[in-house]
Write a protein that binds this ligand. Structure first.
Ligand SMILES: Nc1ncnc2c1ncn2[C@@H]1O[C@H](COP(=O)(O)OP(=O)(O)OP(=O)(O)O)[C@@H](O)[C@H]1O
Ligand SMILES: [Mg+2]
Length: 228
């Protein structure tokens, strides 16, 4: 089973909830799934996990790995690792991320790694999310949305994966926008323009509980292509 790097066309596109939905579904398929968020950013939560993303992912995967292994670096500023590190004057810990990744990969049958922002989010000067995926030797899963502009963002993401020779497992369309393309039209055009399989679409989910995510993912996502 090959691990996956969950990237997206932008920040706030649904990477965390897609990764959480996959984590619950894989767990229910009796697959030992691990999760990772190499770099997280924002205001630390007051209780429990510092990172909300890590909390959502850990709960979904019923993970017992410590937060500092799952998320080796947390920046108290909502920005790319590059910008946060410059502003906060804290060095970016890429080697610690790669070490944690190695440990977690050994520990679990399949690891879901959630990226930060999009494919070209800077981590260091001349070192982007794409470089990290490449060093981890992972396939990418692209989360996209339906709002107009998504075709441009999806094509750019696919083109960058191609440039960095990152295999793309597929695209998941998070259909949570209230406006934008009709799903049928978007699927048709993304498929023909990128040549990448669409693994499914997720509707707007009112209550993003693990039960609701599982129900939706079981119905809407081609899990056979996820566990390839
Ligand atoms: N299918 C959905 N149904 C309802 N709401 C959703 C859905 N997907 C995402 N959302 C909402 O959109 C917000 C952003 O989603 P999410 O946190 O998964 O994005 P992200 O890509 O992980 O962002 P980041 O780049 O900050 O990690 C969430 O807080 C959630 O409330
Ligand atoms: Mg997230």
């Amino acid at each position: 089973m090959k691990s996956l790097f969950i990237t997206g066309t932008d920040t706030d596109v649904g990477k965390t909830y897609v990764a959480a939905g996959l984590a619950v579904t894989l767990r229910k398929m009796n697959i030992d799934v691990g999760i990772m968020k190499p770099f997280a950013a924002g205001s630390p939560q007051k209780t429990g996990f510092k990172s909300e993303d890590v909390e959502i992912l850990s709960r979904a995967g019923q993970i017992s790995d410590p937060e500092n292994l799952v998320n080796p670096q947390f920046f108290k500023m909502s920005a790319s690792p590059y910008t946060a590190s410059k502003n906060l004057k804290i060095p970016v810990k890429v080697s610690s991320v790669l070490l944690s990744f190695k440990k977690l990969s050994k520990k679990h049958s399949m690891l879901l790694v959630e990226g930060m922002g999009g494919i070209m989010t800077p981590i260091l000067k001349n070192y982007f999310v794409a470089n990290l995926i490449k060093e981890m030797k992972l396939d990418a899963l692209i989360v996209t949305r339906t709002r107009v502009g998504t075709i441009n963002h999806t094509i750019m993401t696919c083109q960058m994966c191609k440039k960095y020779k990152i295999p793309i497992r597929g695209i998941i369309i998070n259909n949570f926008d209230t406006d934008g393309y009709q799903l049928k039209t978007l699927k048709r055009d993304l498929k023909s323009l990128t040549g990448i399989p669409i693994l499914g679409t997720i509707p707007y989910i009112e209550n993003l509980s693990d039960t609701a995510l599982f129900k939706s993912f079981k119905k809407n996502i081609n899990m056979n292509l996820i566990i390839k």
